[in-house]
Write a protein that binds this ligand. Sequence first.
Ligand SMILES: O=c1[nH]c(=O)c2[nH]c(=O)[nH]c2[nH]1
Length: 282
Amino acid sequence: MIELAENRYGKSRVRLMKVTRHPHGHDLHEWTVQILLKGDFDSAHIDGDNSKILPTDTMKNTVYSIARNSTATSMEAYAQELTDFLLSRNPQVSSAAIRIESTLWRRLTVNGEPHPTTFMRGSNELQTTHVERAQDSEFQIHSGLDNLVLLKTANSGFEGYIKDSLTTLKETSDRLFGTAMRAEWHYTTTNLDHEAVRATIREAMLRTFAEHDSKSVQQTLYAMAKSALEATPEIDDIEITMPNKHCLLVDLSRFDQDNPNEIFVPTDEPHGYIEARVRRTA
Ligand SMILES: O=c1[nH]c(=O)c2[nH]c(=O)[nH]c2[nH]1
């Protein structure tokens, strides 16, 4: 016997730029949206019957149409509107999941003043959200960030690890610690100022990264997650991924030169990969 075990479908990488026009200037958002639907689509897979299939092209159009009328001030609120719209019009859909990545645009400063209608791309950091709801159920909202590139040049070491016949790594009490972190946290409530909470979480994690006396990526990652949970009662769970982007000390002794931790070669591959989920228990 063969059966269709699971399926879902939707539209990915729908790119949207929204300009909100105020008398004093404009706001700019660039979002990349993914919609994934689960539901009663067995007949499409098994019999080729598309009568319960909302075309993914229509989903793409829905992204733009809802954005046109939306007054949402956060991508979390917009994603909830989009989810409600899709579920209310499509009884064959049992649950909808929306993922949005927001690109960083900063207002340009001209003559020391923020310019009302000109923007500059920030870093490649992304702000993210994942909003999911089943018919007649509550929203589950996870938000986060991705590709937040950080480096600390002091207060990082790695010592006391296992040494066996294959160990070549030298212990160090002073190394560079570089990463491109990803984090995703879960909100316990839907009724909150997502932008403000996001700013608090991001700031808490960055402060801890800077101030932490790191014995390993693992220890710093845990400290960052803990500080995010302590700073924000609105979240109960956070997952952080931190590649360890090694910066290797260059051996200058070949040229009769010393190298007191000043000249490094940054490497992307291979890199360490450290991940943990930290949650509130009470
Ligand atoms: O912070 C670190 N954690 C590790 O698990 C590890 N492994 C390694 O080679 N270097 C490091 N650094």
